[in-house]
Design a protein around this ligand. Structure first.
Ligand code: SF4
Ligand code: SF4
Length: 150
């Protein structure tokens, strides 16, 4: 049975899972720790900025938070596997855990999915460069050659 990622991503193709070759750690620190496992970007997310949300991965490295108490299956799976986000996972295309979020109809989840696909294709540094200009947990992503540099 094909998984949710047998449906091609809207804007990005992922021919090879984890082309970044990057494997994160539960001890990751900002700026990478601002990237949510599902593709949400905590640093520019209003609930995080306003102090209502602790962010996806922040606080685990310092012991302020305990992964055993985390309720998000995506985060628990991703961090336990030692990935920075689901973009690093070879099972991304067939995973029902992340698929159940990314395939929801809301715009927000489609954007998270786009972020993960973008990281797969262009890597974390390029994602951070563009995401740091957002005013929300998601925003516009352009191919690097079309994204102006300061
Ligand atoms: S939905 Fe889960 S993986 Fe995504 S940002 Fe929230 S806690 Fe992290
Ligand atoms: S198995 Fe699914 S939820 Fe877990 S890291 Fe891989 S893609 Fe993410």
């Amino acid at each position: 049975m094909p998984g949710p990622y047998s449906v091609e991503l809207r804007d990005f193709q992922m021919e090879t899972p984890n082309p970044t070759g990057y494997h994160g750690h539960v001890t990751s620190e900002p700026p990478l720790a601002y990237i949510g496992c599902c593709g949400a970007y905590c640093r520019t997310c209003k609930p995080y900025r306003d102090g209502y949300c602790k962010g996806c991965k922040l606080g685990y490295a310092t012991g302020e938070r305990d992964l055993a108490k985390a309720r998000c299956r995506i985060k628990v799976c991703c961090i336990k596997r030692g990935y920075e986000s689901c973009a690093d996972c070879p099972d991304l295309k067939t995973c029902d855990i992340i698929g159940s979020l990314h395939n929801r109809s809301s715009y927000k989840y489609r954007k998270y999915r786009e972020s993960v696909a973008f990281i797969c294709q262009h890597g974390y540094d390029e994602f951070l460069r563009q995401a740091n200009t957002w005013t929300n947990a998601y925003g516009k992503l352009r191919p690097p050659e079309e994204s102006p540099r300061e």
